[in-house]
Design a protein around this ligand. Structure first.
Ligand code: NAP
Length: 305
């Protein structure tokens, strides 16, 4: 391990990870970010971030690009590899990938979360042929069509509102009898003439020929029925990208990383921020605050602040 250790490695180039790296680099820390996919994370395809970071209208891709550029100017190294493990060695943290080992004094886990699947027949088969998770990118394909959106949280409601710009009708299918979403989204969905809510209803299967043509739903009150639709957008919660972390890093029942108030995990020198963290509020602006807070404490511990 001859390589000079970084002061900090941030795992994940979503908005939260990029913000952490930015704050660390500004504080004078030698910093790297690690990401196997395109930078930007969960909000990459969001056309208008809400709440808006820095109180200006900006898309997820624009904002992430600005942060990447700023980080490059600050000398942050961007490593295009997936973290497969994090070890402790000789007083350092070592992030392992398929092709390398990167030592650092601190590791910030900002690996985020991914959309959970419905896990029903037809979901994988029709992926990209009617099954989608990107309302902003695929919405225009469903101009004047009927689509189904599944879920009752912020994502389902926000994306249903995006789809309502294009589609003739949106069937918002929710297993519960009340939404678990911000009041502003609940009000706008409830008032929208093209969004119809199916309460206490689950999706059992997705069917069609070459592309999606219907979903089989089950209403708690009335049994199973077929609903004609050309697209299915499922937003049924998030699963944390935390599998690569060592067992010593404690997690909640959903696999989200447990941190102290300082955002440090159960392993000293390993921190967790944003959507991978248990207790994260779900607001991008809060993820950015967490990233800056963790960076500030790390910089202080390194004697840079
Ligand atoms: P979420 O808040 O966990 O909501 C998931 C929804 O899917 C819930 O309504 C849940 O029903 C339902 N659900 C879960 N499993 C299901 C299944 N197997 N079949 C059918 N329905 C199922 O997830 P999310 O909406 O993706 O939001 C994730 C986080 O991001 C949240 O913290 C949210 O606030 C945040 N977020 C924020 C914004 C914003 O600020 N603009 C936008 C999007 C997301 P129950 O209600 O019955 O449990």
């Amino acid at each position: 391990m001859a390589q000079q250790p970084f002061d900090a490695i941030v795992i994940g180039e979503g908005i939260c990870g990029l913000t952490a790296a930015n704050a660390l680099a500004r504080a004078g820390c030698r910093t790297a970010t690690l990401e196997a996919q395109l930078f930007g994370g969960l909000v990459l395809n969001v056309n208008e971030l809400d709440p808006a970071p820095d109180e200006r209208a900006v898309s997820g891709a624009e904002f992430a690009t600005e942060l990447m550029q700023a980080n490059a100017e600050l000398g942050v190294a961007s490593i295009q590899e997936a973290a497969s493990a994090v070890h402790d060695r000789e007083g350092l943290r070592v992030v392992a990938t398929a092709s390398g080992r990167y030592p650092a004094r601190h590791v910030v886990v900002a690996s985020g979360a991914r959309l959970r699947k419905l896990n029903v027949p037809g979901e994988n088969e029709f992926e990209g042929r009617g099954v989608s998770s990107c309302a902003d990118c695929d919405g225009p394909l469903y101009q004047d069509e009927e689509v189904a959106v599944v879920g009752g949280g912020d994502s389902a409601l926000q994306e249903a509102l995006v789809l309502a710009k294009y589609c003739r009708k949106i069937h918002l299918i929710h297993r519960g009898e009340r939404f678990r979403a911000q009041e502003q989204f609940v009000e706008r969905v409830s008032a929208h003439p093209r969004i119809s809510v199916a309460w206490n209803t689950t999706v059992e299967a997705i069917g069609g020929n070459k592309t999606v043509e219907r979903v089989r739903i089950r209403r708690a009150s009335a049994g199973a029925e077929e609903l004609a639709c050309a697209g299915v957008f499922a937003y049924v919660g998030l699963a944390p990208n935390s599998e690569f972390l060592p067992p010593a890093i404690t997690r909640d029942a959903g696999g989200f990383v447990i941190t102290q108030d300082t955002l440090e995990t159960a392993v000293p020198g390993i921190w967790a921020v944003g959507a991978v963290r248990s207790g994260y509020s779900g607001l991008l602006t809060d993820a950015m605050d967490e990233a800056r807070r963790a960076a500030r404490v790390i910089a202080m511990q390194l004697g840079r602040a």
